[in-house]
Design a protein around this ligand. Sequence first.
Ligand SMILES: [Mn+2]
Length: 263
Amino acid sequence: MAIKKKIYFASDFHLGTPTHEKSREREDRIVRWLDSIRDDAAAIYLLGDIFDFWFEYKTVIPKGFIRLQGKLAEISDSGTPLFLFTGNHDMWMFDYFRQELGVEIYREPIVREFSGKKFCIGHGDGLGPGDRRYKFLKKFFNSPLCQWLFARLHPNLGFGIAQGWSRSSRAANDQKEQFLGPEKEWLVIYAREVLEKTHFDYFIFGHRHLPLDIQLAPGIRYVNLGDWLHYNSYAVFDGEELRLEYFTEREPTHFSSAVDRKN
Ligand SMILES: [Mn+2]
């Protein structure tokens, strides 16, 4: 058996958008990626916006995404720890993933140390300067009152409203984000602010939908995980090096080998 020593990070799958068909294709790709990394993964961190919208009622969860859930359950049951962050699109994840899949849920950035390197890990929304409107909305959406009220809406209505919100977002409109330059990227600004007070080796965030690997100081980097709408990007730490990588697939060869076996 391979020695499990790599730590994987990915974010912004946005399952559910833009269409059921496209989302399913993406979900299948993510499941193949998880299959490809699970044997050498010491842990897998999913950094938010896994779903384009999610809400769980006391006894009911949204339809779909069953292959991802099954795969996460399988990996979790096999003993590989999985960690999931809520993003701005799926902040209404409550107990289901922990109870049913054994996946730990985080709502805020966390600090971790791996092989002597200090990591700051989070989705990345609401950090850095500006975006006051979003920061206010986040507080409101996170309030028990708001969640209680949403749960009172019939799901057909509630999810209809939510899909309307989501359709106005950039990701749903298939627009690629543009790099603003290191002076203006707000997560770079945030990381630099943090570094004035505390040492970190690596900052890993999602949310930006742009694969970025930016050196903040010698040996100190900010990695943005990109997304799976455009990039199929992820990061992996092997105990020494942190790398931003892209999941690429060759044409499936298992069909021909299945035929070979029959002969
Ligand atoms: Mn996102």
